[in-house]
Design a binder for this molecule. Sequence first.
Ligand SMILES: *Cc1c(COP(=O)(O)O)cnc(C)c1O
Length: 452
Amino acid sequence: METVKYTLTEQQMPTAWYNIQADLPAPAPPVLHPGTGQPITPDDLAPLFPMALIMQEVSQERTIEIPEEVQSIYRQWRPSPLYRARRLEQALDTPAKIYYKYEGVSPAGSHKPNTAVPQAYYNKQEGVKRLTTETGAGQWGSALAFAGALLGLEVLVFMVKISYQQKPYRHALMNAYGARVIPSPSTETQAGRAILAEHPDSTGSLGIAISEAVELAAQSDDTKYALGSVLNHVLLHQTVVGLEAQAQLEMAGDYPDIIIGCTGGGSNFAGISFPFIGAKLRGERDVQVIAVEPAACPSLTRGIYAYDFGDTAHLTPLVKMHTLGSTFVPEGIHAGGLRYHGMAPLVSHVVQLGLVEPRAEPQLGCFAAGLTFARSEGILPAPEANHAVKTVIDEALRCKEEGTSKVILFNLCGHGHFDMQAYMDYEAGKLRDHEYSQEEVAMALAGLPVVG
Ligand SMILES: *Cc1c(COP(=O)(O)O)cnc(C)c1O
């Protein structure tokens, strides 16, 4: 069978990102200062982020130019390929057409360098010497370590302890790029020491690691903080994925009926879907969009839409999002990149507007789907991406049942080469489907901040 692949030339690569804020029927609720309860100002964020990124965070412009130096680094792996999954379609015997955008071609193996590179670039422009960050599965840490190496910034990564133990090759990769990696919770910060005093065996969480990274960044002038998901500017940078996919599908002569992405903090999902949701909002073309999260950390499907902190120690501003509570520590499932208590405010907002349908999937079915994909398409997806793959297969089988031929597009946001332990554990029957504990979450939600 012919491989069907759509590639753009470097000249066809997008030269601007797409900002969905310009097309929203109602603006997303403002970010609030935790002390005053008032909307935060750019100055409030200045200790943590460079001004260029803060301005992108609040921008209402539809397009924001990609700096030439960022484009030149993007060109190392962009435009990324769009494949038609003909062999998977055949294996499923479905009349659906399945397309996937493959972001595993980046040096770090996922979509994360799409934002790591511009973030490092703008920090460098403003004279920053060192970036601190957190990482769950290690994908974001590797991406920022890569970007820091290319742009000449020091990178310090707090890695969720359970992932540090499960994924030694991930921190080895960050070290190879010259970054320093510290398992979190650590004794290097007040936030980490406080957690360890209460829970000496804590396996960590993204919320805790964020607290540690933010604390260090806030303490020194030449150090800033970088976040790999959730924030508006991160989602903005990821739209390069969907913009390329739009051009590639035009080459294919198709338009998606359904777009599917997995959601941790929401960035790869927003990256592939926001340009298409924008077209829908402008009345150009309708599309069904599905966001898939793990059943063990179901912020969109079972959390509540409320103002909450982005971290456990409550150092971040308050954002309105679907949340399980900032002290919620999800089960140590293998899709580490999806273990975040909250969701990007812009993704929460489009879910509230009814533009996106959220779903939750337990991990065992996702691993099975990932292996089906690998055995037909030859690419082993990251465990996070398997949540999208599972839903794609479900939708393709529904097409078969109903005798309809829909066009399905999904983001294959990373490969699973650093996640082989997860696949080995799956094959050995060691993985479980964790039931999300209603009691534990009720406790975490009881701690939600009161906002006037
Ligand atoms: C980080 C990561 C995710 C989750 O983050 P999002 O911001 O929701 O995209 C999903 N998949 C992969 C491969 C990742 O590296």
